[in-house]
Design a protein around this ligand. Structure first.
Ligand code: FES
Ligand code: MG
Length: 588
């Protein structure tokens, strides 16, 4: 597809320098303004380099610890190039990095912290427009949540997927194959030598995970929302096209500021519904359910689990991408990328809203004009989908009154309707220590239950949801079992894992009341998850239940504990999700 249109139609109203927000800092008569200009001279800029020009904040999540964003340090230069070319004044702001791999207990604990940082930076500094740079899992929702509240013109620059992994002539997916080969090692199929080779082969370049895991799912959602330049989310991180996309984003943001096209004009209910349809048709990560609900909340759009289930029934899965399918993000890029994918999906009647604006074009329809699919194996045609229904099912029942989700396209068919006896683990550590204990009598029909892994109990709702298959079953060749928890699951994981059970066990949800040996029934077709224990018995157990002690006594953890909402409402903080606009700071 073509890059973003460089100029708006002549009729579009354009803001004068005096109408820019940054004018309050630089352009007024007072002492403060004088001081801001003097300090900008201190930065080495001439007056004509910045006065009267749109100030573009580049929020960069680059860090030495984050392999998914390590190239963004350089890439910000391309964004600046674009901003300068278009007559803007770029200023880079380092913001905190959320590294899925390194940050413990889970970066999910810190998503809302980055969202707060984003919002407050954009409000407290002389910023007219924002470019957000990130892509590793929670970075995308965090940046967009904060930006949605700040509501300036905004362009998102996705970090881009890393190159495909390689090992002994096999193509590897980061994440997905890590789990797979770890299981192979535990089953005695490979040894230390193979593992050390795999260590160098799994992740070959900067960039986020290159399966349709959480990162690729959320950056695709951002593009579907219309907050990136066309095609941005599919370009591999180290492709020269990624640098051109960054420059294009810099060009584009200056134009958006001139038109005063605020993020709220892009992030509408229609946009969020299209992002949901996109995520489901991609067979994307279950984490997108939580993040999109939270993001929509910041835009004043009430998106619910029921919206996901409803839309899932209207869209087929068209992408054949790992972990559920065969290909990786580079294949997807060559196959036409998200523009080709959306063009195919757009042919389905009444799914995408094609008349809404994006940051690049007046309508999504115009943006997708000319986009093509070049490989129908990777992006399947509507008449030959991978699955006839979207990738996530929402479950209800006495075990999850406020809902739970399952990625049913990534599990073994035989488990889609299953009743089995529960084997309960009270927390992750106990589970790790005891899962291979033969005394537990786990069989392939058992239902593995993990609790205290939710938003508050985890804390941070870690990606513990794909509970390991016990060694003795692995050796028998068992590769999937029904597993249920209030945790999340890595977007690169797979299996019959019921996730996001709400309310979570830590706050006394019914999951807290399950005993080992209770029968649990999963019926994906009927969208139910039932604990086969009668209400009177559950009441007795509830009366005997005592809440676990608080996880934190101080600091950010204590704030988190006080403010965190449950998975079905997006895990935002109550005080951040609240509607309303904060006052502009006094700058004069
Ligand atoms: Fe960053 Fe997977 S670890 S996207
Ligand atoms: Mg992940």
């Amino acid at each position: 597809t073509s890059p973003a249109t460089p100029e708006a139609p002549a009729a579009t109203p354009r803001r004068t320098p005096e109408e820019l927000r940054s004018h309050q800092w630089y352009g007024t008569d007072g002492l403060r303004s004088f001081s801001h200009r003097a300090r900008t001279r201190q930065l080495g800029y001439l007056p004509q380099e910045h006065l009267g020009k749109p100030v573009i904040a580049i929020l960069n999540t680059w860090s030495d610890i984050n392999p998914c964003h390590v190239h963004l340090r350089d890439r910000a230069q391309a964004v600046k190039r674009g901003v300068w070319q278009a007559g803007g004044f770029p200023l880079e702001f380092p913001v905190s990095t959320l590294s899925e791999t390194f940050q413990k207990p889970t970066p999910m604990l810190y998503r809302n912290l980055l969202a707060m940082e984003t919002e407050e930076l954009l409000r407290s500094y002389p910023v007219d427009g924002a470019v957000l740079m990130g892509g590793c899992d929670k970075s995308t929702p965090a940046l967009l949540m904060g930006a949605a509240t700040a509501d300036l013109p905004t362009v998102f620059v996705p970090a881009g997927p890393m190159l495909p992994g390689h090992w002994r002539n096999e193509v590897l997916g980061s994440g997905t194959d890590m789990w797979k080969y770890w299981d192979d090692k535990r089953a005695g199929l490979i040894g230390d030598c193979e593992m050390s080779e795999l260590e160098s082969g799994l992740a070959r370049s900067p960039g986020h995970c290159m399966t349709m895991g959480t990162a690729s799912t959320l950056t695709a959602a951002a593009e579907a929302l219309g907050v990136t330049v066309p095609g941005a989310s599919s370009i591999p991180a180290v492709d020269s096209g990624h640098e051109r996309m960054a420059a294009d984003s810099g060009l584009r943001i200056v134009e958006l500021v001139r038109q005063d096209l605020k993020l709220s004009k892009i992030l509408t209910r229609e946009a969020y519904e299209d992002a949901v349809a996109t995520v489901l048709a991609l067979g994307g990560s279950t984490n997108a359910v939580i993040h999109l609900i939270a993001m929509a909340g910041r835009s004043g759009v009430r998106l619910t689990l029921d919206d996901f289930d409803r839309i899932a029934r209207t869209v087929p899965v068209l992408a054949d991408l790992r972990p559920g399918g065969r290909y990786l993000m580079e294949d997807f890029y060559f196959a036409g990328g998200l523009p080709g994918f959306l063009a195919e999906l757009a042919q389905l009647k009444d799914v995408l809203h094609l008349d809404r604006p994006t940051v690049a074009h007046t309508t999504l329809r115009e943006q997708l004009d000319g986009a093509l699919v070049h490989n129908p194996e990777v992006i399947r045609p509507l008449d030959n989908p991978r699955a006839s229904e979207g990738g996530v099912a929402v479950l209800r029942g006495n075990l999850c009154p406020d809902g739970a989700v399952i990625k049913h396209i990534a599990c073994e068919q035989r488990l889609l309707e299953h009743t089995g006896p529960a084997v309960v683990f009270d927390d992750y550590k106990t589970m790790q220590a005891t899962i291979n204990d033969p005394a537990l009598g786990i069989t392939e029909d058992s239902v593995l239950v993990l609790r205290n892994a939710g938003p508050l109990g985890g804390p941070g709702m870690p990606e513990y949801g794909m509970l390991p298959i016990p060694d003795h079953l692995l050796k028998k060749g068992v590769r999937d079992m029904v597993r249920i928890s209030d945790a999340r699951m890595s977007g690169t994981s797979y299996g019959a894992c019921v996730l996001h059970i709400a309310p979570e066990s830590y706050v006394g949800g019914p999951l807290a009341l399950v005993h080992t040996g209770d029968l649990i029934t999963l019926d994906v077709e009927a969208r139910t998850l039932r604990l086969e224990v009668d209400d009177a018995e559950l009441e007795r157990r509830r009366a005997a239940w005592t809440p676990p002690p608080p996880r934190y006594a101080r600091g950010y953890g204590a704030l988190y504990q006080e403010q965190m909402t449950q998975a079905d409402t997006g895990c935002d903080f109550r005080f951040l999700a609240a509607p309303g606009v904060d006052p502009e700071p006094y700058a004069g």
